[in-house]
Design a protein around this ligand. Structure first.
Ligand code: ZN
Length: 184
């Protein structure tokens, strides 16, 4: 029988066949920069109570749950960080708080559920904030920026191109700013 990780959002590490490939794709953060937390701020206080789903009990206001997924993510991320949101809390937000949370928080949570946790770097272009999302062993960097609404784009560092050739309006500048935050 195969034993599988209970952490259902964890992705296997990429297997490198050649160390030079590994060196090419590992992302190192610029020593002057640091990944940030992203806290969910505007959760209405009427949901500050315990809800039950099966054997698990969660509080969507405090972002706590008894499930295994939460036990793992709470070791890594600080209270109220979106990466602590487990499937129970996410399900509650989707059903009960549609469009009540910050749009960027919703986008980040959806991405987290679909692809697993990533590290986040807060960046600025002309005093306007945007975020780089990255995993240190991936050659892709996500860019979260506000183009009338918050939207995610993905850039491949090795191939130097945007995913499906869809670039953000300020894509050229987001790429130029990368060395400020990462040692590429
Ligand atoms: Zn849970």
């Amino acid at each position: 029988m195969l034993l599988r990780s209970r952490r259902n959002f964890s992705k296997p590490h990429k297997i490198f066949s050649d160390l030079r490939d590994a060196e090419k794709t590992v992302i190192t953060v610029n020593p002057l920069s640091a990944p940030v937390s992203f806290l969910i701020k505007n959760i209405p206080d009427w949901c500050d109570k315990e809800y039950k789903r099966g054997i698990d009990i969660f509080n969507p206001f405090r972002i706590i749950c008894t499930c295994e997924e939460y036990k793992e993510s709470s070791k890594e991320y600080e209270p109220l960080d979106y990466r602590r949101v487990c499937k129970h809390i996410q399900g509650f937000y989707t059903q009960k708080l549609k469009n009540e949370l910050e749009p960027l928080a919703e986008l980040l949570m959806a991405q987290n559920r679909k692809h697993g946790p990533e590290e986040l770097m807060r960046a600025e272009l002309d005093s306007i904030e945007f975020y780089y999302g990255f995993s240190r062993t991936s050659e892709w960097i996500n860019v979260y920026c506000n183009e009338k609404q918050w939207i995610r784009f993905s850039y491949n560092l090795r191939k130097k191109r945007w995913s499906e050739n869809i670039a953000p309006k300020n894509g050229k500048f987001y790429v130029e700013l990368l060395p400020k935050y990462f040692s590429l």
